[in-house]
Design a protein around this ligand. Structure first.
Ligand SMILES: O=C(O)c1cccc(C(=O)CC[C@H]2O[C@@H](n3cnc4c(=O)[nH]cnc43)[C@H](O)[C@@H]2O)c1
Length: 232
């Protein structure tokens, strides 16, 4: 379970009583209580830090002979109005790097158009379906940005480029790249703290979003714990 900051980790952990910080679980110990199958990692803000720290955690677990089977990127995020209001939960059916590419005179080109890499990771459909059914969370694209959107024009441009986008945050694509490199499925879950648009940091409803994250994980945990990758 990768979160950017400790406050997000605490919000998730409140619904996963047996969860532990990454690296503290003795290899091979079978979980006995709900939540005990989850490890928590603070991966920092932004896709670079998130990717590096997630990759390090996945590699360490694999080398210890106790590899992970699913990677979850979770935290607060901005929501595109009116579809993802403040306090709502979004489960990503696509995790897309929104600004990974090149500006040209004719507009933005994703790196895939330049012949490199990928810009979207898709969480397993059955997992997205079961998480949304269990919680009432919305499903849609979650964009990963390196710069928080701060104007209505930029929000409109992102939505035009990504019509399925419900939310933006700063870590999902980095976490997903690390998961893909390790051959693991990934999902991203965001609780909306602010609308994507003109910057008004004072209006971010962080406490409400963290509470929504805690409430959501009470419903997500059984699904995440029992999900089998039969549709990969
Ligand atoms: O100040 C606090 O108490 C606090 C508690 C929890 C989290 C924070 C953060 O500032 C987390 C930054 C984190 O949030 C994501 N985020 C939230 N809104 C947006 C947005 O509109 N656009 C992009 N990212 C957003 C992001 O993933 C950051 O890593 C503070």
């Amino acid at each position: 379970m990768a979160t950017a900051v400790p406050a997000e980790q605490d919000a998730v952990a409140r619904s996963l009583p047996g969860a532990r910080p990454h690296g503290t679980r003795p290899p091979g110990v079978l979980p006995r209580d709900p939540g005990a199958g989850f490890d928590l990692v603070v991966v920092g803000v932004g896709p670079g830090s998130a990717g590096a720290r997630t990759a390090a955690a996945l590699t360490a677990a694999a080398l210890a002979g106790d590899p992970y089977r699913l990677v979850v990127s979770a935290g607060i995020g901005g929501g595109f109005a009116p579809d993802a209001p403040v306090g709502s939960l979004v489960v990503a059916d696509a995790i897309t790097a929104a600004d990974l590419g090149a500006e040209t005179a004719d507009g933005f080109l994703p790196v895939t158009d330049l012949g490199f890499g990928t810009v979207t990771h898709r969480p397993p459909e059955t997992l997205v379906r079961d998480l949304t059914a269990a919680s009432g969370a919305r499903r849609g694209t979650v964009l990963t940005v390196s710069t928080v959107t701060g104007t209505a024009d930029r929000a409109a441009l992102l939505r035009a480029r990504h019509p399925g986008a419900l939310a933006e945050a700063m870590e999902g694509f980095g976490v997903a790249e690390a998961a893909a490199a390790a051959g693991l499925p990934v999902v991203e879950i965001r609780a909306v703290s602010n609308p994507v648009g003109p910057r008004d940091r004072a209006a971010w409803r962080i406490a409400d979003a963290l509470a929504a994250l805690t409430g959501g994980f009470g419903k997500f945990a059984p699904v995440l714990g029992s999900w089998k990758p039969y549709d990969l």
